[in-house]
Design a protein around this ligand. Structure first.
Ligand code: 13P
Length: 268
């Protein structure tokens, strides 16, 4: 895992179930790395932006082989180490393939039956392996009350349940991703003011659990991010990065590369 300072921004690509073939994944990984490195032979990455690519399981080694400057994450894991669990992949397997991050509790997985209890077991398994869980949380519907956004108390539950049994030392490796479900893949990102409100709410929840160490836990935003809104979504929201879906796989990663460049040029 690349070493980063406390104020590092995270640009995390969630490829979801894309692209369609191994060859296309090789090409996408190479183009992403090449584009971010500015086309240089030996890619020179900005140490202030931590790029993490989370491909589908079969493509993990492609990404870990393509560059040492990007970190590799998975999109899910199972909480047992080994055994009769057909179709599952353990955090230990992922670690041994070069993954240092793993998204857990993504809303698309919660919709397929992943519960807060399962998310918690996965978080504990990942931390046991020294990996960094990216815990995805977020409300289903956009709520407004006289123009003021009400933070859904479900978010607090998702966080406290996911972190049950996680001690302060382990919590330093945790990342929270706020992804309002209604903003995912809809082209409708949340308003920066609302993101700020939710960020403070999440930080208070983490402070209650871990004190100062809780405040230091990075919180990312995800949901219809692209190169046009990346800076706006980060600038006054206190978010420490973005979890990017569609824009990370579109047009040979052109959008993702453009997001990296605009953050670098306009924010840092
Ligand atoms: P989009 O960026 O496609 O809205 O997806 C966000 C997401 O779900 C990332 O995990």
């Amino acid at each position: 895992m690349a070493q980063h300072k406390n104020n590092t921004l995270y640009l995390v690509a969630n490829w979801k179930m894309n692209p369609t073939t191994y060859k296309q994944a090789e090409s996408l990984a190479q183009k992403t790395v090449h584009g971010i490195g500015g086309g240089a032979q030996d890619t020179i990455f900005d140490s202030r932006i931590n790029v993490v690519i989370c491909p589908p399981f079969p493509y993990v080694s492609i990404v870990s082989d393509v560059s040492k400057d990007v970190d590799v994450g998975a999109q899910n894991c199972f909480y047992e180490d080994a055994g009769a669990y057909t179709g599952e992949v353990s955090s230990r397997m992922l670690k041994s393939m070069g993954c240092s991050y793993c998204i857990v509790g993504h809303s698309e997985r919660r919709a397929m039956g992943e519960t807060n209890g399962m998310v918690n077991k996965k978080v504990l398994a990942l931390l046991q392996e020294g990996m960094r869980p990216i815990i995805a949380v977020g409300e289903h519907t956009r709520k407004a009350d006289n123009g003021t956004v009400m933070v859904d108390p479900m978010i607090k539950r998702q966080i406290t349940d996911a972190l049950a049994g996680v001690n302060e030392r382990q919590a330093k490796r945790v990342i929270i991703a706020y992804e309002p479900v209604w903003a995912i893949g809809t082209g409708q990102s949340a308003d920066p003011d609302d993101i700020l409100t939710v960020r403070i709410f999440i930080q208070k929840t983490l402070h209650t659990l871990y004190g100062q160490a809780g405040i230091a836990i990075p919180i990312l935003y995800g949901g219809s991010t692209d190169s046009n809104n990346a800076v706006v979504l980060l600038k006054n929201t206190g978010m420490r990065g973005l979890l990017v879906g569609g824009a990370s796989v579109k047009e040979d990663a052109k959008e993702f590369i453009a997001m990296y460049a605009t953050i670098q040029q306009e924010l840092l």
